[in-house]
Ligand binder design. Structure first.
Ligand code: ZN
Length: 246
């Protein structure tokens, strides 16, 4: 089976369309989404519709949760708060019902999927260090944990002997390169707001027959996305960072 995993779209219809188009030529059997469909971008409703049509399931991200819960959006920086207020005003009732129905985590086959961390995913912690990852390896039983949230792609591997490997976002064979008992935390990066200094949309394909994991980068019309953000009155900081992938 070939599974595409996407996350952190953030209302970027240009990036999402390009990624979905890219999956068409790569024979994927299913697409799953780890949340943050909305926030920052000017097309939250269009992105919700596309996710509903294209994905097997989608999880709730902190930006969805923030739409309904002031105590979450209050923790955001001013830019993200502006974007959440804009999203609240512009979300259709249909989209709101959908994002309010999303679940916090999903276990399928060898995979545990969450937006943030397997430890208390509703608290929206980040895995941004090896220490964070080591702690979180205690909180899932499957071979793989799929996450998003930081917008920075990469993989951390824990072997039975306690050996830890930090892998850059690249293609590797988990069957050949690591022992059978190894466990993996895979951050699939962000479709709509990459923050690893590469503005191209990022997503992951896992081939469970070949035991191959690939990080893919897809070009999209960044200028068009920025133009829509500007028309929606989004803060310039949010608009500029998209082109830099920062
Ligand atoms: Zn996000």
């Amino acid at each position: 089976m070939r599974i595409a995993i996407i996350s952190d779209i953030h209302g970027n219809l240009e990036a999402l369309s390009s990624v979905i188009f890219d999956t068409r030529s790569r024979n994927v059997d299913k697409i799953v989404c780890l949340g943050d469909i909305v926030g920052y971008g000017a097309n939250p409703n269009e992105c919700v519709e596309m996710i509903k049509t294209e994905c097997d399931f989608c999880l709730i991200g902190n930006h969805e949760a923030a739409v309904f819960d002031d105590s979450i959006s209050r923790e955001f920086n001013d830019f993200a708060q502006y974007a959440i207020n804009w999203t609240r005003e512009n979300l259709t009732k249909k989209s709101a019902i959908y994002i309010n129905s999303l679940s916090m985590s999903q276990i399928f086959d060898n995979f545990t999927a969450v937006h943030s961390t397997p430890y208390e995913p509703h608290l929206w912690y980040y895995i941004s260090s090896v220490e964070d990852a080591i702690f979180n390896f205690n909180f899932f039983r499957t071979k793989f944990c799929l996450i998003g949230h930081t917008h920075v792609p990469g993989t951390i591997v824990l072997e039975e002997n306690g050996n830890i490997s930090v892998l850059q976002p690249k293609t590797f064979n988990y069957g050949a390169d690591f022992p059978e008992s190894a466990k993996f935390i895979i951050n699939v990066g962000s479709v709509g707001q990459p923050r690893d200094r590469n503005p191209k949309a990022c997503y992951v394909i896992i081939d469970t027959d070949e035991k191959e994991l690939s990080f893919l980068r897809v070009s999209y019309d960044v200028a068009q996305y920025q133009k829509k953000m500007r028309n929606a009155g989004m803060p310039e900081f949010l608009i500029m960072r998209v082109a830099e992938g920062s």
